[in-house]
Ligand binder design. Structure first.
Ligand SMILES: [Ca+2]
Ligand SMILES: [Ca+2]
Length: 637
């Protein structure tokens, strides 16, 4: 039952500079250019507009309106260079599926005529040139995860909005607190100053649920930015600003479920768009049931089709129309935002065939995009099952990588117990040895905490030395480290989701309700951080700067680890001209490493530099590591 509370909440985005302004403007226009009235045959179309060359010349339009079985209707287009096809797909009253074939990529405004009984309507549908793809995610990236409701309130006017079921109430742990997209935009320079290169926001799509709507994982409109986070224009201004400062966008996409207030759940297009049961049936949340050779088939079905929660109906992704709807929605958001990556929520809970199609379509449209799946699992094999590697024959392995919960869990255990043959930091040695199951472990997304786990500093007993050792390992070891907002200032909450996702201090000054007037701390500024917080901020920034300064090494370098000894983990990343050694000493005494212990690398005659201290250690033969600390050395040979 722990999962029930921990899992129910979970993100996003990236891009590029050129033509961004014009693209943003055209996208904003696209959001508003079609207006419908209740009397019209077609009252809404998903997607609201489209792009040329997204891996296919065809887009399927889900039309909402007055269509009824038994009432003949005709749909056509008079625009040259396109074909509008009625595939006569069986759908419920009020819906119509039309297929638009874009033969001429110079066509941008398409006339659609429809006639139903005495009703006639002509509308315009916009198709834009394919936008440029953002910058590619690499193995040297540093990711930052933000839950927008809890980071910064940039516009108090959107905290509560008429028509949205839940308003802001900062005293409620699971309520909305008013944070929004403008708040993040206003603090991009802070994020940039930490050395972050890619930004993942938890989902910003509309979540018009009566409760717990702040987290974004119960979507009620796949094509709308939640107005309490800001307008579509503000969202696109944000993604544009990210491009301008060189921060890549990671979109958080949720395919497994949506919110129970979603119109497509309340009034499905076809009866089988959702998994339904006679009595409420929850997923067993056991990913292992999918990978276990001894699994009971009924438990596999329950894992996949059971609901995530009462207010999160499970989507039947084996339906081809559902697949098309979700895939097009993904391409639409990627095109709009110039995202570099998508993070797929609850990845293993989804239909394997759907995930395969999704991966193929995303890569066809954006070949350089990066896809990683959330795999909250407790065994290496089950986690690796969903990543490229030895289990690649599994149809679900269309992602480039997965979230590396094994690193998170192993690191926590390793630093909270004494060193031994198979305990303490020896666990890191075994963890890395397990990378044999992956074909590209450098793309695993690693972390010490996230929006579902106790805060990292708390996991390490609020022991600064341990937290720093964990951070250094995450930043120097293989994988793309992801920092959860607030980790840099040692936010240390535990327990309920709402607590872990505490408001970033300084993000809500001046915009909060009565009862919070005493809050003045602004950790976005150096003056607002205490000495320990500043120390932690600087430490993460310095680690991030190493990844940036030696990016080719982190992207293409080889790795080697030596068997841990005397409480010290000894890892290297190297190429033909240099190596970076990261030595983590969890023992209570100073350790001195004789470089002759590493005969496989050309270290003894190399020039050395202490990368965290900045001091040259010219051609020494011994590396010193203080008790419970990390030394990171650059060797140039
Ligand atoms: Ca707000
Ligand atoms: Ca499912």
């Amino acid at each position: 039952m722990k999962y029930f509370f921990l899992l129910c909440v979970h993100t996003l985005p990236h891009t590029q500079v050129h033509m961004k302004l014009s693209h943003t403007i055209s996208s904003i226009c696209a959001f508003i250019c079609i207006s419908f009235s209740q009397a019209q045959v077609i009252q809404r179309i998903d997607p609201p507009h489209w792009y040329h060359k997204l891996g296919s010349d065809t887009v399927e339009l889900l039309c909402y309106g007055t269509m009824k079985a038994g009432v003949p209707a005709e749909f056509s287009s008079s625009t040259a260079g396109v074909a509008l096809i009625d595939p006569h797909t069986q759908v419920e009253d009020g819906y119509k599926i039309l297929r638009l074939v874009l033969k001429d990529t110079a066509v941008h405004t398409i006339q659609i005529q429809c006639r139903q009984g005495k009703q006639k309507q002509t509308l315009q549908y916009k198709v834009y040139p394919k936008p440029k793809f953002g910058e590619k995610i690499t193995a040297s990236d540093v990711m930052y995860l933000i839950m927008p409701d809890r980071f910064a309130n940039g516009d108090a006017r959107n905290d509560s909005i008429a028509g949205m079921k839940e308003g802001a109430h900062r005293k409620k742990e699971d309520g909305r607190h008013g944070g929004d997209i403008p708040g993040i935009t206003q603090h991009l320079s802070y994020i940039k100053s930490l050395g972050v290169t890619s930004l993942w926001l938890t989902p910003v799509v509309e979540n018009n649920q009566p409760r717990q709507s702040y987290h974004g994982y119960a979507c009620t409109d796949h094509y709308r930015v939640d107005p309490r986070f800001g307008s579509a224009a503000q969202y696109l201004a944000f993604t544009s600003a990210c491009q301008t400062v060189g921060i890549k966008i990671v979109l958080d996409m949720v395919y497994n479920h949506c919110g129970s207030e979603h119109s497509l759940y309340k009034k499905p297009v076809q009866a089988d768009w959702f998994h339904r049961f006679d009595t409420f049936t929850r997923s067993n949340y056991r990913i292992t049931a999918l990978t276990d050779p001894y699994a009971a088939p009924s438990e596999q079905v329950k894992m996949l089709n059971g609901w995530f929660d009462h207010h999160m109906p499970d989507i039947n992704q084996s339906n081809p129309l559902v697949q098309q709807y979700l895939i097009q929605n993904t391409l639409w958001w990627m095109a709009q935002t110039g995202a570099s990556a998508i993070r797929i929520d609850t990845y293993p809970y989804s239909d394997a065939g759907f995930l395969e199609q999704l991966g193929k379509r995303v890569k066809a449209a954006f070949p350089e995009s990066f896809i990683f799946g959330e795999t909250w699992e407790h065994s290496l094999v089950s986690q690796a099952h969903f990543a490229p590697g030895v289990f690649e024959t599994q149809p679900t392995s269309t992602a480039d990588a997965v979230t590396d919960f094994q690193t998170c869990f192993t690191l926590q255990q390793a630093l909270n117990e004494p060193f031994g043959w198979n305990t303490g930091l020896s666990r890191l040695y075994y963890l890395n040895a397990g990378d044999k199951v992956y074909s590209n472990p450098k793309y695993l997304v690693t972390f010490g905490d996230n929006h579902d786990l106790n805060r990292m500093h708390a996991q390490y007993g609020r022991n600064m030395a341990k937290t720093k050792m964990a951070l250094a390992y995450l930043f120097m070891n293989r994988g793309i480290p992801c920092v959860f907002y607030g980790t840099e200032i040692l936010m240390d909450d535990t327990g309920a989701h709402g607590a872990i996702r505490r408001d970033f201090p300084g993000g809500f000054i001046g915009g909060w309700e009565a009862g919070f007037a005493g809050e003045t701390k602004d950790a976005f500024t150096p003056e607002g951080r205490n000495a320990m917080e500043q120390h932690s901020f600087n430490y993460i920034r310095d680690l991030a700067n190493i990844r940036a300064a030696y990016a080719p090494l982190f992207e293409e370098g080889k790795r080697m680890q030596y068997i841990p000894n005397q409480g010290v983990y000894r890892g290297f990343i190297y190429n033909d001209s240099m190596a970076i050694g990261y030595f983590i000493n969890q023992s209570a005494t100073s350790q001195h490493l004789d470089l002759r212990e590493f005969p496989d690398l050309r270290l003894q005659d190399a020039e050395q530099m202490d990368l965290m201290g900045g001091t040259p250690i010219l051609k020494g033969s011994v590396v010193h590591i203080a008790p419970e600390s990390v030394t990171i050395v650059l060797f140039r040979y």
